[in-house]
Write a protein that binds this ligand. Structure first.
Ligand code: SF4
Length: 400
């Protein structure tokens, strides 16, 4: 057994008794209800996350400690993204034209109480590793699939040998251009990111990892180190974050998280609204709060630190981007824009004659002459320079 497997086995919290021993019985007044919550969804808190909990109810606690609110189902659905409807064979979801989701692991180092796939995750019967062959065959037969996303559960909890076998088999499928891995291991179990694992990944490029961090405290020195190891192995690192009430629904918290991710060589990719999943409704925030957070990023920090803010549409509609209102008005002549400070700016639309001329006019420069090093002024064919047509009055177009 590898060191990281022993660590996960020996130092995780895996039962309510261990939870009570560690934090005290006063924080768990109704163990019967919590037992029901654990019956509904697997429970484990990995050593790194146990160590990060500072006090009951803090942002790390909320993500992993079962809560009686999980039993209060109002609008939540079991399969909120309707993934099972697009599953032609076990372990494959094929919804989009050129990419497919491949579930290769039923287990996670820590089980996030807000997990969208909680109906399956933690249950080896629902993500059966004995049935991977039909999934491979499906991927081999469907040449339109050029991008496969390994998920689960957490693919990086597979043994090196098994992961290497899966990646090798996928790499033999010629039409698969890229492999992506979704993993929360860099956050939950940084000890899993070993030099041996990095060598396995390095051989399978182009390979991307999308990890998942929700709070700046999760970027511990160990997590930052393992993100660097993966980047050194040539893996482009992205991160997705779920907006969660009481965890990160705050502009300052999210801004710090995004900045720390970038410093750890990981590009913020998505912020998701929490999905409409049964048992996770106490984590939901409003869309307005999400938009406020995105407004607090755009312009106030590097563009690289601003992820796409999306709702994964209930019922399987895919990711729908949400943007604050930066465009105030569009007419035929101009666009009125609002910048990140709330100041207005006007951008002038191209005139109709200018647009018509684009397709008709001859090139304005002798481009071969330019390549030969002649100054632009000597290569102009008609004496005009780009942009000098301005000054002609822009006719009004007919939109009311
Ligand atoms: S790591 Fe991902 S798949 Fe596993 S419980 Fe958390 S959100 Fe779900």
């Amino acid at each position: 057994m590898a060191d990281w497997q022993k660590l996960l086995r020996d130092r995780s919290i895996r039962s309510l008794e261990q939870l009570v021993d560690r934090f005290g019985p006063e924080h768990f007044p109704d163990l019967h209800r919590l037992t029901q919550a654990i019956d509904n969804f697997e429970f484990r808190i990995s050593p790194a996350m146990v160590d990060l909990i500072q006090e009951p109810g803090d942002p790390i606690w909320r993500q992993y400690v079962p809560d009686e609110a999980e039993l209060e189902v109002i609008h939540g659905m079991m399969d909120s993204l309707n993934e099972d409807a697009d599953s032609p064979v076990p372990n494959i979801t094929h919804r989009y034209p050129d990419r497919a989701l491949f579930l290769v692991s039923p287990v996670c180092a820590s089980y996030c109480r807000f997990c969208t796939r909680r109906r399956k995750v933690g249950d080896p019967e629902k993500i059966p590793l004995s049935q991977l062959e039909s999934a491979f065959q499906y991927l081999e037969e469907h040449e339109e699939i050029r991008d496969v996303i390994l998920s689960g559960g957490d693919p990086l909890l597979l043994s090196d040998r098994r992961l290497n076998t899966i990646l090798g088999r996928l790499r033999r499928i010629r039409h698969l251009e890229i492999i992506r891995i979704g993993s929360r291991v860099p956050c939950h179990l940084p000890e899993r990111i070993t030099p041996e694992l990095c060598e396995i990944l390095r051989k399978r490029h182009p390979l991307y990892i999308n990890t998942h961090f929700n709070h700046p405290a999760e970027l511990t020195p160990a997590a930052v180190r393992c993100l660097g190891m993966l980047a050194d192995a040539g893996v482009p690192m992205g991160c997705q974050t779920v907006l969660l009430s009481g965890v990160n629904d705050d502009v300052e918290v999210i801004r710090e998280l995004m900045q720390k991710l970038l410093a750890a060589r990981t590009r913020p990719y998505y912020i998701y609204m929490c999905d409409n999943v049964a048992g996770v409704e106490h984590f939901k925030t409003t869309v307005e709060k999400g938009l406020e957070i995105v407004e607090g990023l755009r312009g106030w920090t590097s563009g690289l630190a601003v992820p796409h803010f999306v709702i994964d549409a209930p019922g399987g509609g895919g990711k729908i981007p949400l943007l604050p209102e930066y465009v105030e008005r569009i007419t035929d002549d101009e666009v009125v824009l609002r910048n990140y400070r709330g100041e207005r700016y006007v951008w002038t639309q191209p005139t109709e004659p200018a647009m018509a001329a684009v397709g008709a006019r001859e090139p304005e420069y002798d481009f071969l002459g330019l390549l030969d090093g002649k100054p632009a002024a000597q290569t102009s064919k008609n004496g005009r320079r780009n942009g000098k047509r301005a000054g002609r009055k822009s006719p009004k177009r007919g939109r009311p």
